[in-house]
Each structure stands twice: as C-alpha cells, then as structure tokens.
Design a binder for this molecule. Structure first.
Ligand code: NAP
Length: 269
C-alpha cells in the first residue's frame, strides 16, 4: 500500500524551500499526500515546529509516524538536517515500518464551572499564576503530598526534559524511561512554608493531581499552547498510554544529541 505523507513546515524561507524539495522528490517516488489522515508526518523547521506538527495529529497518534527535519541546528525531535534530504528520501523508499517511541503526557483539567478539557503534551505541561503566589495542594498517586507555594509547577516527559524542565533545574531523562518529571517553579521555602524543592520522578502508572487554593488567573501551558485567565478547580497529569512513534530510518544516540546540544565538544552528525 502506498504511504500517505504530509509535510508541515514553519514560515522560514529555508523551511518552505526544503519542504517543497521533499514533496517533489516524494511525489516522483510515488508517495501520496494526505493532510488529514497521513501515515507519516514530516515536520520541517525546528523542535518548535515539530511540537506544532505533533499537536495537529494528537487524535491519531497510534495510526501514524513522525519525522523531524531541522533547518537550523540539529534538534531533539527534528534530528535530520536539511542537507540530508536525499538520504532521507532513499531511506523512506526502502522503509520497513520500524519505529521507536517516546512517552507523551496527558492532562485533564476541570474548571471551576465544572467544564473539562483534556490535552496531550510532548515536552511539558505547566500551570502557573503570574500575578500572585500560586497556592496549590499536590497529590501524588492519590495521596496528599504537599501544599505548594510559588510561581507554578511543570510536568514534563522524558523528551521534554532537555527543554523547559532543564532550564528550571530538572534532570535530563532518557526517553526510553516511561516517567513524568515534576518540577517546582520558584517555590517559596522558609520556616513557615515548605515544599519538596527537588525534581520528582513519577512512574507511568501514577497520576499527579493539583488543586489550586484560589484564583481565576492561572496560565495553563502545554508545549507551544497557552491558555490564560483559567479558573482551575483541579488538574490531573499522567504519562499517557498513547506514545509518539518516529519512523526509524537510522540509529540515533540520545546522549550524543544531549552532548551536541549542550556541550558541543564532540563531532556528531
Ligand atoms: P520555542 O521558541 O519554540 O522554543 C524554545 C527553544 O526550546 C528552542 O530553541 C527550541 O528548539 C527548544 N526546544 C523545544 N523542544 C525542545 C526539546 N525537547 N529539547 C531541547 N530543546 C527544545 O518556544 P515556545 O514555542 O514558547 O515553546 C516550545 C518549547 O520550548 C516548550 O515546550 C518549552 O519546553 C521550550 N521553552 C523553554 C524555555 C526555557 O528553557 N526557559 C522557555 C520557553 C520555551 P528549536 O530552535 O529547534 O525550535
């Protein structure tokens, strides 16, 4: 059966040009194009563009695969470079269907008017309160854990551990680990107020529930998406049963990418 492909790209000139080049080459090789129900989504841009591509297709994660091409530096999701297009096309022509998977996070919000919303995140989901101290009760695996006071809380996937979570003191976690990392953002800690003030790693079988004490001015983020002025009654975060599947066209070494991105001392293609 012919593979149905869709190419999503950002608006940078190099990304538009690269996407056009890939489309022409895939059409010539007999691939079909289907924006709504692709078997494979190719993202051209950066890791940010890849996150947008992921959010286009969260309703059919189990039915499709992803590839990311970076038109700048090498990325974590966008781990092909724009000068590797011919190699990528050849690999796709001979593709045997193998995949590798990364965990995805899911969250269910209940607003104070009892309406609900669920969403997925590939990097992280954040709840924060910009105007005043956020006060919230944190429940781990069904039991009360702490009363948090500070700016907010971040819940990240292993592949999101090299993004925002790393900037706020989180651990870098290999995406083969099916865990969720919880990080406090600017926690208040003194003789009166106490919270754990350390990253917490939660297994995929457990859920974290957050009940804010008050306020209608929360920001709820998931990857590149943001909802402002949210009146949140509670949010539950967990590692999803869904995963993102990448087309495995060659071997990639996660720690090599980490070294390349943050230390840059070794040669890494
Ligand atoms: P953005 O400008 O699209 O991304 C900010 C930077 O984060 C870009 O350099 C992006 O790489 C990089 N990035 C994205 N996912 C990554 C990952 N898994 N590992 C390592 N680096 C990654 O910002 P946005 O649209 O507001 O948010 C997208 C993501 O960026 C968020 O999910 C968050 O994790 C991250 N972010 C981080 C900070 C921070 O560290 N203080 C602040 C804002 C956002 P590319 O250049 O390849 O796109």
């Amino acid at each position: 059966m012919t593979m149905k492909v869709w190419i999503n790209h950002n608006t940078k000139e190099i990304s538009v040009k690269t996407a056009k080049n890939i489309r022409q080459k895939l059409e010539a090789a007999g691939f079909e194009f289907d924006k709504k129900n692709p078997d494979l989504a190719i993202s051209v841009g950066g890791d940010g563009t890849f996150l947008s591509t992921f959010h286009e297709y969260t309703n059919r994660l189990s039915q499709m695969k992803f590839i990311g091409i970076h038109t700048g530096h090498l990325g974590f999701y966008a781990d092909w470079r724009d000068n590797e297009v011919d190699e990528l096309i050849e690999a796709l022509k001979n593709y045997d269907g193998q995949t590798f998977e990364y965990p995805v996070l899911e969250a269910d919000i209940t607003y104070t008017d009892n309406t609900t919303k669920s969403f997925y995140a590939l990097n992280e989901a954040i709840i924060k309160r910009p105007s005043k101290t956020m006060r919230a009760d944190v429940y781990l695996d069904g039991e009360f854990f702490e009363r948090f006071r500070g700016d907010g809380l971040s819940f990240s996937t292993p592949s999101g551990s090299t993004a925002y979570a790393k900037s706020i003191g989180g651990a870098v976690i290999h995406p083969k680990s099916r865990v969720m990392q919880v990080n406090e953002i600017a926690p208040i800690n003194n003789r009166i107020y106490r919270s754990i003030s350390a990253p917490i790693i939660v297994p995929s079988s457990q859920e974290v529930k957050i009940i804010p004490a008050e306020g209608s001015d929360y920001i709820v983020n998931y990857d590149t998406n943001s909802r402002t002025n949210c009146s949140v009654k509670l949010i539950k975060y967990r590692i999803s049963k869904e995963v993102i599947q990448f087309a495995k066209l060659r071997d990639r070494h996660f720690w090599g990418r980490v070294e390349h991105a943050f230390l840059g001392t070794n040669d890494y293609k």
